[in-house]
Design a protein around this ligand. Structure first.
Ligand code: SF4
Length: 92
């Protein structure tokens, strides 16, 4: 998947932290599931994305954005779709 935004997802809101993102310039492929991805491939891709996110200086901002906007897809701030669903469920 190719996206004109330097970060995964949409760029409809003000995200000044984009410029400091560790994933800047990487494209969206490491962060979003392609249609034909197996569960094993998904696990590998998501772990690779987490490795990018782990030292990212804007991980907190990214994670906050994804949770607040209920981003349905992708790895954001080191959280997968499943991670976020679990957090939503726990929060009630
Ligand atoms: S936390 Fe991950 S997805 Fe978010 S900006 Fe940083 S590297 Fe990109």
């Amino acid at each position: 998947m190719t996206n004109v935004s330097p970060l995964p997802g949409r760029d409809e809101d003000d995200r000044e932290w984009h410029g400091r993102a560790a994933c800047r310039g990487l494209g969206t492929d490491p962060f979003f599931q392609p249609a034909d991805e197996s569960s094993a491939e998904r696990a590998v891709r998501e772990e690779a994305a987490r490795q990018v996110c782990a030292p990212c200086p804007v991980r907190v901002e990214c994670r906050r954005h994804a949770l607040n906007s209920r981003e349905p897809y992708g790895v954001w701030g080191g959280l997968t779709e499943e991670d976020r669903r679990a957090l939503y469920a726990r929060a009630g």
